[in-house]
Design a protein around this ligand. Structure first.
Ligand SMILES: [Zn+2]
Length: 113
């Protein structure tokens, strides 16, 4: 498990940053519950902002799920093993795609399907 220490560290830092960002987003999106501004133009802007914030929050949450998934595999000691064929995923691939749970061959097969 030690050989993935750098990736683990990277995932933990990323998770910390995402948690912070999601907290900030939910703070700035809190006016959703407040009555919308009377001015129509401003209403449209507010709605747009909410949508952007929601999309950002959603992307962050998805990434958080992937990070937690990767970290769970690191803890379990089966990180870096292809979900599909059981082959070892090359560390170079994991450095680029730390959430990858498929080896190159299986990922390419899936991309074609
Ligand atoms: Zn595979």
């Amino acid at each position: 498990m030690k050989k993935y220490a750098a990736i683990r560290q990277q995932l933990l830092i990323r998770r910390e940053a995402l948690n912070k960002r999601i907290n900030q987003l939910s703070n700035s999106a809190r006016h959703i519950d407040e009555p919308l501004t009377a001015d129509f133009a401003e209403q449209a802007v507010e709605r747009q902002n909410d949508e952007v914030l929601e999309a950002l929050g959603e992307a962050g949450r998805q990434e958080l799920i992937q990070i937690n998934y990767a970290l769970a595999h690191l803890e379990a000691g089966d990180y870096g093993i292809c979900d599909s064929c059981g082959a070892t995923i090359p560390p170079a691939r994991l450095e680029v795609l730390p959430f990858s749970d498929l080896c190159v061959t299986c990922a390419e097969k899936q991309a074609i399907d």
